[in-house]
Design a protein around this ligand. Structure first.
Ligand code: FE2
Length: 246
């Protein structure tokens, strides 16, 4: 069941969630070399990129596997935003992939031996394309934090908080002429953000680009759902070093 982009993103927005607030211009940050850069930070893809996926049912709605199937478990979320270049110009036709754990914190991947249950009604992987304004949307459920460890302890059983990954959604974004971007989006307020090695490895000014606060659902969203605005800034292939800050 595909979430229709023009219905989701073109519908009127309440005063409290203006289009300007939902799709702000790219923030300007300073990279490790002291250069201004608005680019979404690159992060690891992790070990659980899907090995198998049915191309028939891959779309931008991860909450249902096929018409008539039960709804996936968990808090329904919408992740929506714009894909732009460093100057805020839309990148249309970008291919956006997402993958994540289900509400229990389990990935649908043979390498994840976490004993938490899989949700047979969750899709685990989604794909969308940005429209002519660079906009995209996914409907999903909020994943749980998880903690694989060599000792076989998982989830919240981990003794060391640094072993626990905060809830996150993996993103991979492709577009001809741009560097492929692999990153992760997090949820503001997650207690494990403070100890997660991957988050803490990001420059402090970059963390705000990938740690996103919940907003009220938009009028066309499901009641009691949460909305997250995650804007993505891609780097052009042929951009000289430091040009984005010029
Ligand atoms: Fe992950």
């Amino acid at each position: 069941m595909r979430v229709v982009l023009h219905r989701v993103l073109m519908a009127p927005t309440p005063d409290s969630v203006s289009s300007e607030k939902t799709y702000p211009a790219p923030a300007v940050c300073v990279d490790s070399k002291g250069r201004d850069t608005p680019f979404t930070p690159v992060q690891t893809s992790g070990p659980f990129y899907p090995l198998h996926m049915s191309h028939e049912d891959v779309d931008n709605d991860l909450t249902i596997t096929h018409r008539g199937a039960p709804r996936a478990l968990g808090q329904v979320i919408y992740i929506r935003g714009r894909v732009t270049d460093h100057a805020g110009r839309p990148v249309a036709g970008a291919r956006i992939e997402v993958w994540q754990a289900c509400a229990s914190g389990k990935y649908n991947h043979p390498g994840d031996d976490n004993p938490l249950p899989l949700d047979p009604n969750f899709k685990y992987f989604g794909r969308a394309s940005s429209d002519e304004h660079g906009r995209y949307v996914f409907k999903s459920v909020k994943p749980s934090a998880y903690a694989p460890s060599p000792e076989g302890e998982y989830g919240y059983l981990a003794k060391d908080p640094a072993e626990v990954r905060p809830a996150h959604v993996h993103f991979k974004v492709y577009k001809d002429g741009y560097k492929t971007l692999i990153t992760q989006m997090y949820f503001e307020g997650d207690p494990f953000l403070k100890t997660d090695r991957i988050v803490q490895a990001l420059a402090p000014e970059k963390r705000g680009l990938v740690i996103i606060a919940a907003e009220w659902p938009q009028p066309q969203d499901e009641p009691a759902s949460h909305s997250y605005a995650f804007n993505i800034v891609m780097e052009q292939q042929d951009m000289p070093d430091g040009a984005a800050g010029a």
